[in-house]
Ligand binder design. Sequence first.
Ligand SMILES: CC(C)(COP(=O)(O)OP(=O)(O)OC[C@H]1O[C@@H](n2cnc3c(N)ncnc32)[C@H](O)[C@@H]1OP(=O)(O)O)[C@@H](O)C(=O)NCCC(=O)NCCS
Length: 144
Amino acid sequence: MRNSAGFTVRIASWSDDRAVLQALRRAVFIVEQHVPEDMEWDEADAVSLHVLALDAHDLPVGTGRLLPDGHVGRMAVIRERRSEGVGSAILEFLIGQARQKGLRSLQLHAQSHAIGFYARQGFVAQGGEFIEAGIPHRLMTFNW
Ligand SMILES: CC(C)(COP(=O)(O)OP(=O)(O)OC[C@H]1O[C@@H](n2cnc3c(N)ncnc32)[C@H](O)[C@@H]1OP(=O)(O)O)[C@@H](O)C(=O)NCCC(=O)NCCS
């Protein structure tokens, strides 16, 4: 469904949409944030529910994934389209999918700079900061 800002968020398939999902994550994590390539792709991709955000022209602008155990991850919006609500729409979509699957909580490793973004959607930071892929993170959880 297209939201008021003209974006759509839909479920993506790791087999059919892999090239576009990988291009988004490559641009954001590997190129922009210097995450090592061998850390970016993992075995969870094959079993995760992936989502893809498209703009009003159906150009891909963001992605995120939900693991079967309730971990949210790989939230990425291309730099040119940030602060327009795309990230929030992706996260809301993933929360909706988790509820439909009967999950009762979500967890994620938030890059510390993005804690406020996740907190706005109800996630609560737990414990101290730790380093993952060279980037400071904190565990955040959301229960319902
Ligand atoms: C985090 C991310 C997915 C948010 O996507 P987005 O489309 O910009 O999010 P929204 O427009 O829905 O919300 C933006 C709001 O979230 C908060 N926010 C988002 N990123 C933030 C950041 N890096 N630092 C502080 N606040 C941030 C702000 O409140 C911001 O509002 P503002 O633009 O009015 O200041 C996006 O910034 C991104 O891809 N960042 C690079 C990759 C990354 O860090 N992913 C998260 C890994 S845990």
